[in-house]
Design a protein around this ligand. Sequence first.
Ligand code: ACO
Length: 323
Amino acid sequence: MTRRAVVAGTGHYLPERVVENAEFEATLDTTDEWIRSRSGIERRHFAAEGETTSDMAAKAAERALADAGLTVDDVDAIVVATSTPDLTFPSAATMVQSKLGMTKGFAFDVQAVCAGFVYALSNASALIASGQADRVMVIGAETFSRIMDWTDRSTCVLFGDGAGALLLEAQEQPGTNKDRGILATDLNSDGRYKDLLYVDGGVSTQSTGHLRMQGNQVFRHAVEKLASTANTALDRAGLSAGDVDWIVPHQANIRIIQGTAKKMGLSMDNVVVTVQDHGNTSAASIPLALSVGKERGQIKEGDLIVTEAIGGGLAWGAVVLRW
Ligand code: ACO
C-alpha cells in the first residue's frame, strides 16, 4: 500500500468587482479586440479596497472544507502559494490559519510566482507521504492588481485577483498508477531568465514595485517547457498523454494553452479553460480552474489530471493526479 495525497474538497473565491476589457479602452491605447485575440482574456476580477490575499484565501479554504464535509479541526497544515502576501511577514498562510480559527498544526507560504501552486502541491504531497501531516489545505491566492503599472498596456490588461483551495488528505492506495491522489510531480527553475518577468521592487530595495514582463520572450519558453514538464511528470507516473482526461493549465494566455495541448497531442476538449473570465491570477489560476472545472461537471472522480504552470524565475512544473 502507498500513502497518497488525495483531493477531499475544493473551493474558490473571486472578488465581486468584474472588469471587462472595454474598461481599459478609456485609459489606455488598447482595445477589447486586441486583448481577446492576443490573450483570450475577456474579463477579470479585482479585489476591493482593503480586501487582501489572506481574506480571499480564507474564503476559498472555508468552501473547500464545506465541500469535504470537514472542519478546520481536521486540518494539520496550510500551504499558501502567493507572490502577493498581505504583509512581508508573517506568512499569508498563518493569517489564513488565524482567520479560520485554527490553533494547531503549521502554516507557511510558497513563492514560485505563477508556478506557485504546482510547487505547493508537490510540497504538500511530500508532507503527506512522509507522515508529517494527514490533511493539508493547499491554497493559491493573489492580488496582482496591487503590483500593476496601470500605464503599461502590455501587462496591466492581463492579470486578475482571486483564490482557489484544495484540501488534500492521506489515503492508503494500492500503489499503482490507477491510485487516486498525486501520482507524480516535476519541478524546474532557471534563474538565467529572471529578467524576463519580475517585480522591480521588494523588501530589501524598500519599495513595492510593479510587474515587468517581456511577454513575447516568456511566450517563447512557455509551450515547450510546459509540454516537456507535463510529459516528464506523466512519464514518472508510468503514464502518457493518451491517458489524460483533463489538462488543467496555468491560465495565462489561451494561445499558450492551445499550443501546449497540441504539442502533447491532446484536443482542447481535454482542457479546462477559465482564462476568459479570470485573466492571469498567477498562483491562484490552477486551483481556481480545478474548482470551477469540478463545479461545471467537467472533472469527476477517477479522472486523470495534469496541471502545469510557468512563471517568473523562470520557474515551471507539473503535477499528475487522479481525482
Ligand atoms: N493593446 C494593444 N497593443 C498592445 C497591448 C495592448 N494591451 N500590449 C502590447 N501591445 C502591442 C505591443 O506594444 C506591440 O506593438 P509593436 O509591434 O508596435 O511594438 C504589439 O502589441 C505586439 O506585442 P507582443 O508583446 O509581441 O504581443 P504578443 O502577441 O506576444 O502578446 C502577450 C503579448 C499577451 C503578453 C503574450 O506575449 C503572452 O501571453 N506572453 C506570456 C505571458 C505569460 O505566460 N506569463 C507567464 C506567467 S505570468 C507570472 O509568472 C507572473
